[in-house]
Design a protein around this ligand. Structure first.
Ligand code: IPT
Length: 269
């Protein structure tokens, strides 16, 4: 038997970790994984990808890409013969949803920086088209606002290290006094660290940096990255469990949210 995996670009570290974990755990229960990688999340493109899976008799699919509530619900409704498990949709979407709880990790990262005495923050969010990027940004802003910090500048990257580099240079050209950067992915944080070095800023003496994901390479960044851990092996394993359950009995919509935790390393001080 074969599961389908519809995924956003596997050049991105987090989705590739998820794909790898999902394949590993699927194989351990005797399933193959067929991967379809999509450039855009447009509904007609997603529908064609599901049609391809249907033609291959694949009827259990993990949707590892950002989808708005209405789009996810449309795909689930229009393809009742294909069980779909969504990994990146708003919690309000009435579909089968396995994801991460952003609020824990984002709040503890902001609180660490506040405890260290930081007051000038730069926010580097992910793309506005990404559900998780918007949730992380909203949580950062909420926590900062509750601490009485209403003024922060925000840039939006595209998850790549390159965008981390470019947007950091832009942020610091407007606000050279920023002392703490909250970054929505480790991959972007890699570019942030490189840009800060070019700007002659020491990490963490001049600027603290916190990433998001804790992909396995992040502890080898220089300095080792403080970040919010999402357990990609666990989400891959849990996805297999959910798909098997869904094959046995059709599921009502659910939200299964895995915890996120702050991992403190050397990029904060
Ligand atoms: C999310 C990652 O945190 C982010 O770094 C980026 O790679 C993004 O995926 C790509 O869509 S993780 C996802 C389960 C929300």
């Amino acid at each position: 038997p074969t599961f389908g995996l519809l995924t956003t670009s596997l050049a991105l570290h987090a989705p590739s970790q998820i794909a790898s974990a999902f394949k590993h755990h699927a194989e351990s229960v005797g399933y193959q994984v067929a991967i379809s990688m999509l450039k855009t999340g447009q509904l007609n493109v997603l529908q064609s990808a599901l049609n391809e899976f249907r033609a291959q008799k694949i009827n259990s699919v993990v949707m590892s890409l950002p989808l708005e509530k209405a789009d996810a619900e449309t795909l689930a409704r229009d393809n009742p013969d294909i069980r779909q498990l969504f990994l990146d949709v708003p919690p309000a979407a009435e579909v089968c949803h396995l994801g991460f709880l952003h609020s824990d990790g984002t709040a503890s990262s902001v609180n660490l920086l506040l405890e260290l005495g930081h007051r000038k923050f730069g926010l580097l969010a992910g793309p506005e088209s990404s559900i998780s990027a918007r949730l992380r940004l909203a949580c950062w802003r909420d926590t900062l606002y509750q601490a009485g910090i209403a003024e922060t500048d925000t840039e939006y990257g595209d998850w790549s290290a390159n965008s981390g580099w470019v947007k950091t240079v832009e942020l610091f050209s407007r606000h050279p006094d920023i002392t703490a950067m909250l970054v929505a992915s480790d991959q972007m944080a890699l570019g942030v660290i490189s840009a800060l070095r070019q700007l002659n800023k020491r990490i963490p003496q001049d600027v603290s940096v916190i990433g998001y994901d804790d992909t396995p390479d992040s502890q080898y960044f220089h300095p080792a990255l403080t970040t919010v851990r999402q357990d990609f092996d666990l989400i891959g394993k849990r996805a297999v469990t959910h798909l098997l359950n869904m094959e046995n009995q059709p599921q009502e919509a659910f939200n299964d949210l895995l915890p996120t935790t702050l991992v403190i390393r050397q990029s904060t001080g």
